[in-house]
Design a protein around this ligand. Structure first.
Ligand SMILES: Cc1cc2nc3c(=O)[nH]c(=O)nc-3n(C[C@H](O)[C@H](O)[C@H](O)COP(=O)(O)O)c2cc1C
Length: 327
């Protein structure tokens, strides 16, 4: 088996040179201070874990107070967050890795006890699972405010020294809620059909790509999505394939697929035996895969299908996991 691709440097969109093709997948370890600032525990978590990977994607930094996913999630919602984030980016860079900040708004997947604000979402529909309240439907002013919050957060990530941002469009958070017919019952331009359900992401990515270019020609914009929802009335693979094609056209620098297993087949379309290969046919940017990558064999196999291999559990359990592969 040829294992050399794992340790080969890789350039994302001619912008960001990675020392190898392993990515520390985004992780919300609930280790920020209760007001969202970076803690020493967060620095310690990333120090060492980023040393042997090409890219460290810092998970779930919330862009608005009402989009805070958990009590100890990381904040990028205020200028006061910049000094701590600067330390975190410098720690990752000091390890020789590149640093991306994942931006999130939780939408209906949070509680007032966490945010201390009303809970907002595309429609006033509670999630069918978990202990989450019925949210208030966003009006257009609310939607525009959250788009602005994502842009301000990007500006802060840049000021803190991150090499780029990744939009968290997976795990049933706000971006996915706009896309999903289960959570988006709107009858205005942000709903009704697939074009409407894609509109929030389309407007946001268009503005974000423009902002990123104005900050630095090398500032990277990525997008992470969950390819499907399990419920019949949820997001289908054809929805997310359409989204990926649009995102690629709008100029994202990479697509990250949130998968349980890097070689999973589609839930709904049994003829789609490899989800990653399906996406690679419609996008012109690198793809990060993830899910169950825990050995040289799985890394090598994953990198035959995608450009970069995300690793979460193995690196949570052991910061020295890459070293121990004996590559
Ligand atoms: C504790 C924990 C926290 C996670 N937090 C995030 C997150 O903030 N953002 C995200 O996109 N995915 C998150 N994930 C998903 C991982 O990035 C990854 O996709 C998943 O764990 C599968 O990879 P693995 O098999 O290597 O663990 C999290 C996973 C775990 C276990």
């Amino acid at each position: 088996m040829d294992i050399s691709p794992i340790l080969k440097p890789f350039k994302i969109s001619n912008k960001l040179e990675l020392q190898n093709r392993i990515v520390l997948a985004p992780l919300d370890m609930q280790n920020a201070l209760s007001d969202g600032r970076v803690s020493q525990r967060a620095i310690t978590f990333h120090r060492g874990r980023s040393r042997d990977v090409g890219l460290d994607v810092v998970g779930s930094a919330y862009v608005s107070q009402d989009g805070k996913p958990g009590k100890h999630s990381l904040s990028v919602s205020r200028d006061a967050d910049i000094p701590g984030l600067t330390k975190l980016a410098a720690t990752i860079h000091g390890d020789g890795s590149k640093a991306i900040l994942q931006l999130v708004h939780a939408g209906r997947m949070t509680t007032k006890a966490t945010t201390d604000t009303p809970i907002v979402a595309p429609s006033a529909v509670a999630a069918g699972y978990g202990d989450f309240p019925k949210p208030t439907a966003l009006d257009e002013d609310g939607i525009n405010r959250i788009i602005k919050d994502f842009l301000s957060a990007t500006d802060r990530a840049y000021k803190a020294g991150f090499d780029g941002v990744e939009l968290h469009g997976a795990s049933s958070f706000l971006l996915q809620q706009f896309l999903s017919p289960m959570s988006n019952h709107r009858r205005d331009q942000f709903g009704v059909n697939l074009v409407g359900r894609l509109r929030f992401a389309t407007i946001l990515v268009t503005k974000l790509v423009k902002l990123a270019k104005s900050l630095s020609p090398n500032f990277v914009v990525g997008y992470r999505l969950s390819p499907e929802e399990h419920q019949a009335e949820g997001i289908s693979l054809s929805d997310t394939i359409g989204l990926a094609a649009v995102l690629s056209h709008l100029g994202i620098d990479y697509l990250s697929l949130s998968l349980k297993n890097y070689k999973q087949s589609a839930f709904v379309l049994p003829e789609v035996t490899n989800v990653v290969k399906m996406f690679s046919k419609v996008v012109h940017c690198p793809i990060i895969t993830v899910g169950g990558i825990n050995s040289v064999d799985t890394l090598t196999d994953a990198l035959n299908q995608a450009d970069l291999a995300g690793v979460a559990s193995a690196l949570i359990d052991d910061p020295n996991w890459v070293k121990k592969l004996g590559l």
